[in-house]
Write a protein that binds this ligand. Structure first.
Ligand code: ZN
Length: 291
């Protein structure tokens, strides 16, 4: 870990190479929205970037409807023997064998959480198929990360993207830790209002370092609703980095203070960076590397 960065757990990092795992239409829409392809990272590049945090969660992504499949076995191979990495599975609940796929990912591949993105995977969070898959996650105590917010690709279904749509899942599975990525942007207040209702519901700050006004509003909302302790650190690597995310949090906290909207301090930012997200999510640290 570099001396100036003290990040305990980065709960949100991606693998996936352009052309192998990330295809059209999403790859084309990345160029339209950003002028470049960002989702293109090797396992070696990912492992090097992950040195900036003590532990990083690495996400598979089963989102064929938008052209992305980062397979569970690929993530499992990338995290095997790595003492800083924890792999999460991803399964589209619309797959007829969704439950069996998740069970395989846990039992045979050793993956330890579930990534869902209803807007990308084309299901509504109230769908029976979704609730059935969450039952499997609940059985195996797999924390669930939701991409519940907007996205640049028009191949996603926008009406499945609202944070409040997760209240049913949170009520139905009160012992299953879950969190919304990216503060549910641009619905940060709705995300905070949803998370606030449930002790087992968290939020990650990833991919907002380039949106200082949104991040300041998000932190102010969490401050006002008194759930600063449920904010988790996430970078969304390769879309951002640990270092840029820490800097973005400090800038947004300063903006909150300058505007007089919330007294978010540097100590609050340090607390987000140093939070023991693994224990909050019911996860054990990665096993030490075999020697
Ligand atoms: Zn992400």
């Amino acid at each position: 870990m570099s001396p100036e960065v003290e990040v305990e757990v980065d709960v949100h990092t991606h693998l996936g190479e352009h052309g192998t795992h990330v295809h059209a239409p999403l790859a084309e829409h990345e160029i339209r929205a950003w002028g470049r392809v960002s989702w293109d990272v090797t396992t070696q590049e990912h492992a090097a970037a992950a040195n900036s945090a003590r532990t990083s969660i690495v996400l598979a992504f089963d989102a064929e409807p938008v052209g992305v499949v980062v397979p569970n076995d690929y993530v499992a191979a990338a995290v095997a023997g790595q003492d800083r990495l924890i792999g999460f599975a991803s399964v589209n609940p619309n797959r007829p064998d969704a439950a069996a796929r998740l069970e395989t990912a846990v039992r045979d591949l050793g993956l330890r959480g579930l990534k869902l993105g209803p807007t990308y995977q084309h299901f509504h969070p109230h769908d029976r198929a979704c609730l059935d898959l969450l039952e499997v996650a609940d059985h195996y105590r797999l924390p669930v990360i939701w991409h519940q917010g907007t996205t640049f690709t028009s191949a996603a279904i926008a009406e499945y993207a609202r944070p409040v749509q997760l209240d049913l899942a949170a009520r139905t599975f009160p012992n299953l830790p879950m969190w919304i990525a990216h503060f549910g942007h641009p619905w940060m207040a709705e995300c905070v209002a949803t998370a606030r209702r449930h002790e087992h519901f968290f939020i990650d700050v990833s991919a907002l370092d380039t949106r200082p006004w949104q991040l300041a509003q998000a932190l102010a909302a969490a401050y006002e609703y008194r759930i600063m302790d449920r904010i988790l650190f996430g970078s969304d690597y390769p879309f951002s980095t640990v270092e840029r995310t820490v800097a973005g949090l400090r800038r947004a906290a300063a903006l909150c203070r300058r505007l007089g909207i919330a007294e978010v301090t540097d100590d609050d930012v340090d607390a987000i960076c140093r939070r023991d997200a693994l224990s909050r999510l019911g996860l054990r640290p990665p096993a030490p590397q075999a020697t």
